[in-house]
Design a protein around this ligand. Sequence first.
Ligand SMILES: Nc1ncnc2c1ncn2[C@@H]1O[C@H](COP(=O)(O)OP(=O)(O)O)[C@@H](O)[C@H]1O
Ligand SMILES: O=C(OP(=O)(O)O)[C@H](O)COP(=O)(O)O
Length: 410
Amino acid sequence: MIDTLDDLDVEGTTVGVRVDINSPIADDGSLADDARLRAHVDTLSELLERSGRVAVLAHQGRPGGDDFGCLSPHADRLSDLLGRPVDYVDATFSQAAREAVQSLEDGDCVVLENTRFYSEEYMEFDPDRAARTQLVANLAPVLDAYVNDAFAAAHRSQPSLVGFPTVVPGYAGRVMESELDVLGSIEETPEPRIYVLGGAKVPDSIDVAWSVLEKDLADHILTAGVVANVFLIADGVDLGDASSDFIYEQGYWDEIDRASDLLDAYGDRIALPRDVAVDRDDGRHELGVNALPPQEGEAAMDIGSSTLAYYERLLEDAGTVILNGPAGVFEDDRFELGTRRLYGAATDVPTSIVGGGDTASALRRLGVEGFSHVSTGGGAALQMLTADQLPAVSALERTVDTASDRNDGH
Ligand SMILES: Nc1ncnc2c1ncn2[C@@H]1O[C@H](COP(=O)(O)OP(=O)(O)O)[C@@H](O)[C@H]1O
Ligand SMILES: O=C(OP(=O)(O)O)[C@H](O)COP(=O)(O)O
């Protein structure tokens, strides 16, 4: 049982609110999409209207990635969306951050700096150990309550997600509450169930594939995106150096062995692309897997038309489809076809659940609508749909009742 904002006496309370506003970033550093910020407006408005003092905690990107950066544009955009001033401080738990939090008045909001600027935040800990990290140990003393609204990051056992509720009373925000409500009952969805695993987070997708196949939750898995490329290589297809180099650079080389083990164990339920699209002469050029490898420098950027026809046939019989990750590099008009058609076909399935930051932005860009549920989370929604418990949700379930527990325990 998790407490929600209904259980929190907000007025005059200093609340650390973990949100997931991790967003695509444009070349000039601005936000390319603000959907994830919009999703948290209800939670933040409610806390501010109920005279809370709100310190927003969030991450942006992964260390070393192109989207890794500060949260100043997010604070500006939140201010527009909330219709009130939102401060930003370029510190997360240092004295400057603590002073910014302690100087909040009722109804004030400050965005603290990207939690992942600190190395411990990009590590996974059990909740008690997470509570002893620099972030939590330094910031928790200036918070009266902790609200986790970051459903999209709830599959990470990182300090800002599992550490705070161990020492500060924790509550689910409105996004967290509604996602848990909708996604909590995968076993009750109609069969056959198809999981579509695309996008670029290959290790997460392979974890999900193992779990749903072992538990017999999935009748089929359709692979797309970089995930499909890893499976094709695992299946012995020569995708060429450009695709292989990309997989190697992402650090996903070991995933090929894991994909190969999965194919050995459950190959009859895993569908692989029959053709791929590459960039040739500045256009889209499709190649059957038998015609691979492509020419020098060409990478598999999308699934091809005969794969789409094959996947569409499988989807026709599905009772439930769960999708995460674009089928190709949808940001480039030449390689949006796979995502447009595959996701479009999924909207005809009786229960269709889709999740992921980039996936949601792809769907908006391509104008694909009509799903039963669009989750704010990709990996988190998938893990929820494997019927596994999410670490951040478990941490809320076991949260301390009062700040005095914190004082007793630490
Ligand atoms: N074949 C491909 N090669 C390279 N990148 C790809 C390919 N297919 C999809 N992608 C990229 O995957 C990214 C999104 O993946 P991911 O972050 O896993 O999605 P989500 O945020 O929805 O979980 C997009 O930027 C897209 O360009
Ligand atoms: O974008 C996110 O997840 P998603 O890509 O599964 O939607 C979350 O912000 C979690 O980010 P992470 O996968 O870098 O831990």
